[in-house]
Design a protein around this ligand. Structure first.
Ligand code: BG6
Length: 306
């Protein structure tokens, strides 16, 4: 009897890229295939669909990422929560209103191309084959990779290589949904004095004073942001530290009640349990990559008691 079908694929993945207890591939109860990573008591789960990080639990702590209870893998919609990868455009396509929001890589099954486990961390490298409809065009334009390293922090790096003879212009985001005890008890700090585009007020440019607190829908693009942002959760007595590089914008988003109801996939009261602080290049910041060059956008996430 031959061993083919889905289990054979899983066996091959584990034989080629598994690293014992540190990294293994399994079928998730959410319906798709995921990598389970561990490092000295810390754990992370990454879906191959979209290269989507679904969970990051630091040693001795709770999950730092929020995922909707309604989330399912293997549908045409991106999972609501975790860290969706938005590329090669953020939000609406600049000229084509029929194109999907946040680009076309969020729901594609990514390929595993590398892995490793040593004394500093557990690594997983993925490559995006692009959706079939875009492959013929994009395979000659760009190479898109994602590296996830679970060590003392969780590191996620999105790498874009320009394979074409023309400059490549992109916008992008690691659209991170952070888990919080309650939106009323949270402050996002690190933007005092910075300018932002208020997407809920006709894209007017405003200036932040103090920390960001939430009493209604918030949808903002902060420009020229500092590399360190914090989510301070007073009730949970937890601080999430977000350290970025290769990212000039930070998007801060909470849909609140009416938008959550329109979206339909947040789950009851979901908006109270999450805040998005997105490592990005978007709004007025467009990344131009010269022919043959590479651009890296990286975020390192950690948590500590307040
Ligand atoms: C945020 C945008 O980054 O993503 C919001 O600023 C948007 O405007 C949100 O609503 C969610 O987008 P999507 O496509 O995942 O529903």
């Amino acid at each position: 009897m031959t061993n083919d079908g889905p289990n054979a694929e899983l066996d091959l993945l584990n034989a080629g890229f598994g690293c014992g207890e540190r990294l293994r591939f399994v079928d998730s109860p959410l319906g798709g295939r995921v990598a389970e990573m561990s490092f000295h008591g810390a754990r992370a789960i990454v879906a191959l669909q979209g290269g989507h990080v679904l969970s990051y639990v630091p040693a001795g702590g709770g999950d730092v990422l929020w995922v909707s209870p309604l989330a399912r893998l293997g549908t045409s919609k991106a999972v609501r929560g975790g860290i969706p990868v938005c590329w090669p455009w953020f939000a609406q396509h600049p000229t084509d209103p029929s194109a999907p929001a946040h680009g076309f890589v969020r729901t594609v099954p990514w390929d595993v191309v590398g892995s490793g486990a040593n004394e500093t961390g557990t690594r997983l490298r993925l490559s995006c084959p692009f959706p079939e409809a875009e492959r013929a065009r994009w395979a000659s334009i760009a190479d898109l990779g994602l590296e996830i390293v679970l060590g003392e922090q969780l590191g996620v790096t999105l790498v874009t290589r320009n394979l074409s003879a023309q400059p490549l212009k992109i916008t992008e985001a690691l659209h991170s949904y952070f888990a919080i005890s309650d939106i009323a008890d949270v402050e996002v700090s690190g933007h005092d004095g910075q300018g932002y585009i208020d997407k809920l007020d006709g894209n007017r440019v405003k200036r932040q004073e103090g920390g960001i607190r939430f009493a209604g829908e918030v949808d903002r693009i902060y420009a020229d942001t500092s590399p360190a942002v914090q989510v301070i959760d007073e009730r949970a007595r937890r601080r999430i530290l977000i350290m970025k590089s290769g990212s000039a914008s930070t998007v801060v988003w909470n849909p609140w009640i009416a938008k959550s109801e329109r979206m339909g996939d947040m789950g009851p009261g979901g908006y109270r349990r999450m805040v998005c602080v997105e490592t990005a290049n978007c709004g007025d910041t467009v990344v131009a990559i010269a022919p043959g060059d590479m651009h890296r956008m990286r975020v390192e996430i950690s948590a500590s008691p307040v």
